[in-house]
Ligand binder design. Sequence first.
Ligand SMILES: [Zn+2]
Length: 215
Amino acid sequence: MYVILFGAPGVGKGTQAVLLAEKTGLSHITTGELFREAIRQETELGKQAKVYYDRGQLVPDHFTIAMLLERLSKGDCADGCILDGFPRTLEQAAALDEALVREGRVIDKVVYIQAPEGELLSRLSGRWSCRQCGSVYHERFQPPREAGRCDQCGGELYQREDDKPETARRRLEVYAQQTAPLIDYYRERGKLLEIDGDKSVEEVAENLLAAVEGS
Ligand SMILES: [Zn+2]
C-alpha cells in the first residue's frame, strides 16, 4: 500500500508518519533522506543530484522521481511505503502517478492531516530559545519556570527568526498555496482522506491508522 501524507507545518505530520510506519510496518520515506542516502551511497542519481545541491539549486522533478522509484524498488518497499514531503507540486504529483503506472503501481491513499490556522500558529510561534545554552521552550507545551528566563542557565530567552509569528504565518500561507491544488488533485481521483489534527498525538495516530487500514 502506497500512502502519501500531507499536513501543514506544525500539524505533527513527521511524528505521525513515524508512528504510522511503526504500526503498519511500512517504510517511511522523506525526500530529504532520499537525497542524503543517494548522495552518500554515490549512486548515479545521487552524483547528479549533488551537483544541484552544491550549487544551492532545486533538484529537478525528474531526478527526484527517479530517486524515489529507485528507493521504491528496494525490498522494504515491496508491500508499500509512506511518502512524507512528496509530492509538493501538481507537476510532481502527475509525474509520480505516470511513473508508478509504468511500473504497475498506484498511490492507494492520500491522507491530509488538518488543524485550524490559529492552532498551527500557536504551535509554531510559541517556541523560545536560550541565548546562552540553546535550550528550547514552548509557551504552551514546555514553558520555562520564569517567563523569559532559561531554567538551565538563567540566560535570556528569545524567538529565533523561524519561530516568530510573522514567519509562521508566511510558512502557513506558502504551504496552503502550494498544497491546495494537490489536495484537489487527489480528491478528484477519490484518494483523499481527511484527518482532524487538532487532537492529542495518540488520538490523531489512532484515527490515521484507521483511515489508512479502512477500505
Ligand atoms: Zn540556557
